[in-house]
Ligand binder design. Structure first.
Ligand code: NAP
Length: 249
């Protein structure tokens, strides 16, 4: 098992990639602290993990709230005693033409997609320093690498995640804290399925991918696992696309 003895916090773990990452990490021996704004959803995920013999706890968590992060920090310290891995996965996607975006659209997207990552990083680093190091994996998007039509705020916020990742990697590398970003392409999840699996649009997405299929949440989770694990001990500050070759085209 690749995460035996490690404690991992995963945000947005009630659905999609966060859910699959939580399940995979538990199968690989981690104690998973699964958090989500949707407590019912993340409780369901944790019950599944436990029924399969894994260790996990579910916590209600809005990533934009400093108070909530403080609670997570206290809970991790008191219940688990340490933190090895943080996966900043929670995010929202607002598909709206640039000129139609309001300041509130922009601010909400930024609050969740980048402020949430900043807060998580601020709370994780002191815990990881106490522990002699750790790994932070930030879920960005291929939109941070290529630009994405019709999603200006989302694209900009995910670009900020990419840059924050590199800044934190450089600042905390000497503390043995690795910080990397994963850039999913077209992955079928509850967030994306209404567009990606819609008969009118599916072929449009498939045309952009070099491989034959849309991505699956499990396929992103395995990349996150690699970066979280000791196998990636000399890897920090990278951006790893999991996109079936979209950005290679
Ligand atoms: P998803 O299925 O919608 O899961 C995201 C989870 O985060 C949901 O449970 C959601 O709860 C939760 N969440 C939303 N706002 C939150 C907040 N403020 N605090 C805590 N949790 C919150 O999405 P996904 O497709 O797995 O996406 C996961 C990440 O990958 C996101 O950062 C997304 O931007 C990124 N991504 C996705 C794709 C794709 O193709 N799917 C591609 C590139 C990048 P609710 O359901 O209640 O809102």
């Amino acid at each position: 098992m690749r995460l035996t003895g490690k404690v991992a916090v995963i945000t947005g773990a009630g659905s999609g990639m966060g859910e699959e990452t939580a399940k995979l990490f538990a199968r690989e021996g981690a104690t998973v602290v699964a958090t989500d704004i949707n407590f019912e959803a993340v409780t369901r995920v944790v019950e599944m993990i436990r029924s399969n013999g894994g260790e996990a706890i579910a916590l209600q968590h809005d990533v934009t709230s400093r108070n909530d992060w403080e609670n997570i920090y206290n809970e991790v310290q008191s219940v688990c005693g340490k933190l090895d891995v943080l996966v900043n996965n929670a995010g929202i996607a607002l598909a709206k033409p640039f000129l139609d975006q309001t300041e509130e659209d922009w601010a909400r997207t930024y609050r969740i997609n980048i402020d949430g990552v900043m807060l998580g990083t601020q709370y994780a680093i002191p815990l990881m320093e106490q522990n002699g190091g750790g790994s932070i994996v930030n879920i960005s998007s291929i939109s941070a690498l290529t630009g994405m039509a019709g999603a200006g705020a989302y694209t900009a916020s995910k670009g900020a995640v990419r840059s924050l990742t590199k800044a934190a990697a450089v600042d905390y590398g000497k503390h043995n804290i690795r910080v990397n970003s994963v850039h999913p392409g077209y992955i079928v999840t509850p967030m994306s399925a209404p567009h990606m699996e819609h008969p009118d649009y599916k072929q449009h997405f498939l045309n952009q991918i070099a491989l034959p299929n849309l991505g699956r949440a499990e396929e992103v989770a395995t990349a996150v696992l690699f970066l979280a694990s000791d196998e990636a001990n000399h890897i920090t500050g990278i951006e790893l696309p999991v996109d079936g070759g979209v950005t290679a085209k």
